[in-house]
Design a protein around this ligand. Structure first.
Ligand code: HSE
Length: 393
């Protein structure tokens, strides 16, 4: 199978490295994966591919009109990449992508296009790095009713939280380390603001519920505002803080959110560094769990290569998502929340169950409430850290 790469950054170079180093072994096993082109933006940049005759081009039309069967998208660009994927699918080329922003935003259209053009649309690498997650869930979605998915889906945030907690390291220092290690996005706002996890949650939830889920309808809070005092407060109560992406289908409605959470359970609370952890509940089993590297060069490339093998051996599941279940989205799940804020408006005062004051900061535990109630309070506060308290999952 002839392949082209779109993008040659962290994940792209990882894909090239594995394909080069394992080419002979793959061939012996009848997986002939021939990486022919890499589409890049800047032709003058010095690159050192393992495959010396890899053709670098900045001309997308060259890839489009080439005889490659499959194009791997490892870009971080958005609309430009989406436009290109449309053209590639229409030209009969399979798409393998690690680009969660594009997969999340255009999930419906990409599935439709793949179906209409009889090509494969594979996105294992877009969610949870090396963990085989999308394919097991795709299979489940064909015959099982899944009711809930919770996950630590952003490696950068988890790296920051666990390093701050374990080593008492500063937020800025560990964020820089995550960037150096290649976990963080070019603009880490997507990581620490919760948007990267939100996109991955949208992909997973759309897939398992076969229902349209708008990104804008997912309440999303990140860890960008965290202080050491928040971790200390949680620890004193016996909790660990992790950024959790959550969705649950009940009575025809989906409760969905991304929010830092106070946790005690071993599975999530004992997830360290850039590891991702996902738990899925379904009709045919109580729950099962996935854990593994959620970001990184070879880790994400690994998932790309598995997609290529599935396509080549025709084991890839054709796109079937059509959003036929129009479940309503809401945020009415009742729980206690932790808020750290210097201002305490009247509506928040009425919700206080417990409160500690350090300097200007009020550390508040609320009575049981829900997002719908908290939303106006949170949007009126400019400097706030919020977390949901999960007694049990
Ligand atoms: N920036 C992402 C993360 C990379 O930290 O999880 C993997 O999607």
């Amino acid at each position: 199978m002839k392949i082209a790469l779109m993008g040659f950054g962290t994940v792209g170079t990882g894909v090239e490295e594995i394909l080069y180093k394992k080419r002979a072994r793959l061939r012996q096993n009848n997986f002939d994966l021939d990486l022919a082109y890499a589409l890049i933006k800047n032709k003058d940049k010095k690159r050192s591919p393992f495959k010396k005759d890899l053709i670098f081009t900045d001309d997308f039309e060259k890839i489009l009109s080439s005889d490659v069967d499959t194009v791997i998208d490892v870009t971080s660009s958005f609309d430009e990449t989406y436009e290109r994927i449309i053209k590639l699918m229409k030209a009969g080329k399979n798409i393998v992508t690690a680009n969660k922003a594009v997969v999340s935003k255009y999930f419906e259209n990409l599935n439709d296009l793949a179906r209409e053009n009889g090509v494969y649309f594979a996105y294992e690498a877009a969610v949870a790095g090396a963990i085989p997650l999308i394919h097991p869930l795709m299979e489940e979605a064909l015959f099982n009713e899944m009711t809930k998915v919770y996950g630590i889906l952003n490696g950068t945030s988890n790296y920051i939280l666990s390093k701050m907690e374990e080593e008492g390291a500063s937020y800025e220092k560990v964020l820089k380390k995550a960037q150096d290690l290649g976990f963080a996005e070019a603009d880490p706002t997507a990581d620490v603001g919760g948007f990267d996890a939100m996109r991955k949650l949208r992909i997973l939830s759309s897939l398992i519920y076969n229902s349209k889920i708008n990104e804008d309808a997912i309440p999303t809070f990140g860890i960008g505002n965290i202080k050491k005092t928040d971790l200390d407060f949680a620890k004193a109560m016996g909790y660990t803080i992790r950024l959790l992406a959550k969705s649950e289908l009940r009575d025809g409605k989906i409760n969905i959110s991304v929010i830092p959470s106070f946790l005690k359970d071993d599975f999530f609370a004992k997830t360290f560094e850039a590891t991702n952890a996902i738990k899925v509940w379904g009709e045919n089993f109580s729950a099962y769990e996935f854990k593994g590297p959620g970001a990184g060069k070879l880790e994400t490339a690994d998932a790309v290569i598995r997609d290529l093998l599935r396509i080549l051996s025709k084991r890839e599941i054709p796109a079937f998502y059509d959003g036929a279940n129009s479940y309503k989205l809401e945020a009415t799940r009742s729980n206690k929340f932790y808020l750290r804020t210097s201002l305490v408006p009247k509506a928040l005062k009425d919700l206080i169950e417990d409160e500690k004051v350090i300097g200007d900061d009020h550390q508040i535990i609320t009575k049981k409430t829900d997002f719908e109630t908290l939303r106006p309070i949170l949007s009126a506060l400019s400097d706030v850290f919020v977390a949901e308290i999960e007694e049990e999952l």
